[in-house]
Design a protein around this ligand. Sequence first.
Ligand SMILES: [Fe+2]
Length: 318
Amino acid sequence: MNSTGTTGGKANAGVEATGFEAASAAPEHGIIAGPDSVTPIVLRAMAGGEARLNELMTALVRHLHAFVEETGLTEDEYQRGLGFLAAIGHATGPTKNEAVLLGDILGVSTLVTLQNNAREESATASAVLGPFWRKNAPRMPLGGNIARGDTPGVPLEVNGRVTDAAGKPLAGVDVDVWQASPVGFYENQDPRQPPMNLRGLFTTDADGRFHFKTVRPAGYPVPTDGPCGDLLRAQNRHPYRPAHLHFMLSAPGYRTLVTQVFADDAEGLNRDVVFAVLRSLVGRFEETTNANGEREARLNYDFVMEPGEQSFPIPPIP
Ligand SMILES: [Fe+2]
């Protein structure tokens, strides 16, 4: 082998460009003898590489092959499935992440989220990040209003306190909040809203408290103009989510808490298209009528964080 990792010769033409060893250096895994030999041979071919990647890929292949066998998948169905995955990629862009949406409507996002968070029973449950979180929401003083410009709706005041499992208040926690408008659109979906409308980043005070003003969010359909919408229609499902606020709480030394708080009077709490509602995440939205006869609402919701690593998800959209 020469210094570039190739052995030269006709059989290895193009090897230099791929970064792989020559074919003759690769381990043998056998020749396919029929359908029953495919899975063991593929698994043998995947026996190398980093341990965790190996574990994930071998399990994925075992389950995928079992799925093909169990359903008797036809060639036509396979082609349509691959076309669907390609369409997921094509539908993903600067304002929409169809891949995140697919994970959400299949319940995979919720399963991964619940399996990895709130290991202490008293900790606040997590909920899916969803496809609409944006990094760099405007940092605002406590009490600030995240409804920018003209955002009509029922005024809502949100108060909360962040503690650890023992009830110790956590000061200096970043509370990132984002929500849909009173007609059910996130600002990046709706040209009528100013940039970063209904998004804000607050920091808890010495007593672990935060508060801010906004307007009541509405429930909304997830985007249905892409392949996920086609799938929902084909399955006779609906696309709706009950009204909620999204939160991401982060501080050094604590596991970042990504969650949602649902309005107790929201429609469809027990039929969320992305399966994010837990009973513990339903908050009481107290509505009153002020002296001018106008509706206004308050939400008090406290959060409990677990010790751990502060980390941030990959933003689904810029
Ligand atoms: Fe949402």
